[in-house]
Design a protein around this ligand. Structure first.
Ligand SMILES: Nc1ncnc2c1ncn2[C@@H]1O[C@H](COP(=O)(O)OP(=O)(O)O)[C@@H](O)[C@H]1O
Ligand SMILES: [Mg+2]
Length: 298
């Protein structure tokens, strides 16, 4: 099938009723305030005699409320970029701006302040929790971080109950459990409940559905999209799945060997791809021009 034919059938499947989530194709996010941007962001690793340029002079502009997917194959530099966006790793070159101003994370206090604005959900939900902390303390920490330490106990319980019900978990059944007593899907939902309480301006989700069972994946994605729609937070979604990126994103950045080879609106990038690499990624995904099957959402 030629690219245009594929594009046409992709458009057709986009109007199917079964697609419960999807980007607001008509909204022009470039008019929204700038949330996070970068110029020439680069990260080089030296290990013995080998030098790896994991992220190579990337430029980006993410706006308020926008859902951005960064798509690339394994080893393309996605996680390294995520870590720099989160302030867990310093760029070796280039600059990251938060809400239009150069980001300053030079001290512990400044980092903690930055993390009120940006939070993450990682690939492996089990690595995100302290195994010795009960679940209610995970959620209570979020309320405290948002300045709610002195709220009455009933109010805190009410907030935690609301956050749990947002992700279809029952707070009363979780209070005395430890993270390892939950399934992977439940843990990721708990991560989303944390984000619901923390209300950061930006959520970075690095392959959040790749380690959980297929039937939980669609639910997790749906919840992430609800969160974006309800709170207006910017969501940066990291994935190797270009088909999924097309269905959920407003904008897509395609990453190859540490560089952005192409970026633009989801429509532009998927329906009118310019880079050979993007065309190859699209042709590798049979699902993009076949009926959408939620059970296989990856
Ligand atoms: N701490 C590190 N030290 C040395 N090389 C690294 C390190 N982290 C990542 N890399 C290398 O950087 C490249 C990009 O890795 P990564 O950002 O994990 O890509 P992705 O998340 O897209 O799979 C890979 O070649 C990887 O081996
Ligand atoms: Mg990765």
């Amino acid at each position: 099938m030629k690219t245009d034919e594929k594009a046409a059938s992709a458009v057709k499947t986009d109007t199917r009723e079964s697609v419960t989530f999807g980007a607001d194709r008509n909204k022009d996010f470039s008019k929204e305030p700038m949330c996070l941007s970068g110029k020439g962001v680069t990260r080089v690793f030296h290990a013995g005699k080998t030098t790896t340029v994991a992220v190579d002079h990337v430029d980006f502009e993410f706006h308020k409320g926008e859902l951005i997917s960064i798509v690339g194959e394994s080893g393309s530099g996605k996680t390294t970029l995520s870590k720099m966006l989160l302030g867990l790793l310093e760029p070796t070159e280039g600059q990251i701006l938060f809400k239009g101003a150069p980001r300053d994370i030079s001290s512990g206090a400044k980092k903690r302040e930055y993390w009120k604005g940006i939070q993450a959900i990682f690939q492996d939900p089990f690595s995100s929790y302290n195994v010795f902390h009960k679940i209610d303390s995970v959620l209570l920490d979020c309320i405290n971080m948002r300045g709610g330490r002195d709220l009455p106990k009933e109010k805190k319980n009410e907030m935690m109950t609301e956050a749990c019900s947002f992700v279809n978990l029952k707070f009363a059944e979780l209070t005395n459990k430890y993270p390892f007593e939950l399934s992977g899907g439940q843990m990721q939902r708990l991560m989303i409940a944390r984000i619901f309480l923390l209300k950061p301006e930006i959520l970075l989700a690095d392959e959040p559905t790749s380690m959980i069972d297929a039937c939980s994946r669609a639910t997790i994605l749906d919840m992430l999209l609800n969160l974006r729609n309800e709170t207006g937070m910017t969501v940066i979604f990291i994935t190797h799945d270009i088909g999924l990126a097309y269905y959920i994103s407003d904008s897509i950045y395609i990453m190859e060997h540490g560089k952005f080879v192409e970026s633009g609106s989801a429509e532009e990038v998927i329906l009118r791809p310019k880079a050979a690499y993007t065309k190859r990624l699209i042709s590798d995904v049979p699902k993009i021009h076949e009926p959408w099957d939620l059970s296989t959402v990856g």
